[in-house]
Ligand binder design. Structure first.
Ligand SMILES: Nc1ncnc2c1ncn2[C@@H]1O[C@H](COP(=O)(O)OP(=O)(O)OP(=O)(O)O)[C@@H](O)[C@H]1O
Length: 355
């Protein structure tokens, strides 16, 4: 639904040039909720604004719903933009218009006849749960209600794509949750494709099926949440499921490290030979396992303990419900060296808890 290739955008002033987006490739499938996560200044807003051409990229291509926007003339671009809704951190509502008037504005712009406008506004306000507040002014609304108006307005022209620019950043956690639930609901009911930018991990956790981490204008990692959870070096997986940094458990026992994300210890088969080598034959093998989907609710650890008759200790971890999947991540301690645990480690790998 959204295809971006080699996107670059540099802001130039007389004194200096800032490369805001530095060669981004991105593919968002129909019906996906894709989150771009990054700190302030990473280039997220610029990227998002290039998707609907509010910002003209210097290089690269942007296609939405099969149309290459980068090639369109102004008039065609205006029409193509109607297929792309956008919501904003500070809502961007017209203070002099009522809730209904704000939503109607989007329909006036597209030339929708008055009678049709009225019916559509009512339908949209019902959709976002604001049917009762049609005559209120933005100043009389809570932040969450304002964002609902923003969402209704963004959906007025029945877009297939919704761009969300930090839509929950100005909201408290409870309101954030209700807006995220609404977005997920709209995504499922309308088949809406959502591309959002955020600096909040909660947003990714709650509603994204795929995500990218952006830094200094580039994507440093990207993929489906399920794939990212399986990658050894995924920052996102680490942040979604924080596990304490590894420390030796007891004198003379060093945990193994490195390997795959789902299998941090990976039983001495890791590239981190220093720590692997230092695991004594009487030591302990530390493994991080990550499971997603139906496996997250399977008694994998109990099964491991029974099957190999080992006293598995759980050093940390959790199970979480993410938007697209259930996922669990645990750090386990198995008595004995990685070599002594080879069969158990192979078993875990075969069960797909490793990449
Ligand atoms: N109109 C502009 N003119 C000049 N520089 C800009 C402009 N807009 C953004 N930048 C610069 O481009 C870089 C990326 O900014 P951008 O707003 O895209 O990042 P961001 O990740 O969205 O950050 P934030 O969350 O703070 O908005 C920053 O260094 C910023 O200062």
């Amino acid at each position: 639904m959204i295809e971006i290739g080699g996107l670059r955008k540099t802001y130039r002033s007389r004194k200096r040039a800032v490369i805001a987006v530095d060669g981004v490739d991105l593919s968002v499938g129909e019906g996906e909720v894709y989150g771009v996560l990054g700190q302030s200044g990473a280039g997220k807003s610029t990227l998002l604004r290039c998707v609907n051409m509010l910002e003209r990229p210097d290089a690269g291509t942007v296609s939405v719903d099969g149309r290459e926007l980068t090639k369109l003339r102004r008039k065609d671009l205006r029409i193509a933009r109607q297929g792309i809704g956008m919501i904003h951190q500070h809502f961007a509502l017209l203070s002099s218009r009522t809730v209904a008037g704000n939503v109607a504005f989007a329909l006036e712009v597209t030339g929708t006849p008055r009678a049709e406008r009225k019916a559509r506004v009512a339908e949209l306000l019902d959709l976002v749960g604001l049917g009762e507040r049609a005559d209120a002014y933005p100043a009389q609304l809570s932040g969450g209600q304002k964002q609902r108006v923003g969402i209704a307005r963004a959906l007025a022209a029945r877009p297939k794509v919704l761009l969300s620019d930090e839509a929950t950043s100005a909201l408290d956690p409870e309101t954030t949750e209700s807006i995220l639930r609404l977005l997920l609901d709209l995504n499922r009911r309308l088949g809406l494709t959502v591309l959002l930018i955020t600096h909040e991990m909660t947003v990714v956790k709650r509603i994204c099926t795929s995500a990218a981490v952006m830094r200094d204008g580039r994507f440093v990692e990207s993929g489906t949440i399920a794939d990212l959870l399986r990658r050894p070096d995924s920052e996102l997986a680490r942040d979604l499921f924080p596990l304490e940094p590894r420390v030796p458990l007891e004198p003379g026992v060093s945990p193994t490290s490195g390997g795959s994300p789902t299998f941090g210890g990976s039983g001495g088969t890791t590239s981190d030979s220093t720590t692997s080598d230092s695991t004594t034959s009487h030591g302990t093998t530390i493994v991080d396992i990550t499971v997603s989907g139906a496996d997250a609710d399977e008694p994998i650890i109990a099964d491991l303990a029974r099957r190999f008759e080992i006293d598995v200790r759980i050093l940390g971890g959790s199970v979480e419900t993410l938007a697209a999947t259930r996922a669990g991540r645990w750090r386990l301690a198995l008595p004995g060296s990685p070599d002594a645990n080879r069969a158990a480690l192979d078993y875990l790998r075969k069960r797909g808890v490793t990449a």
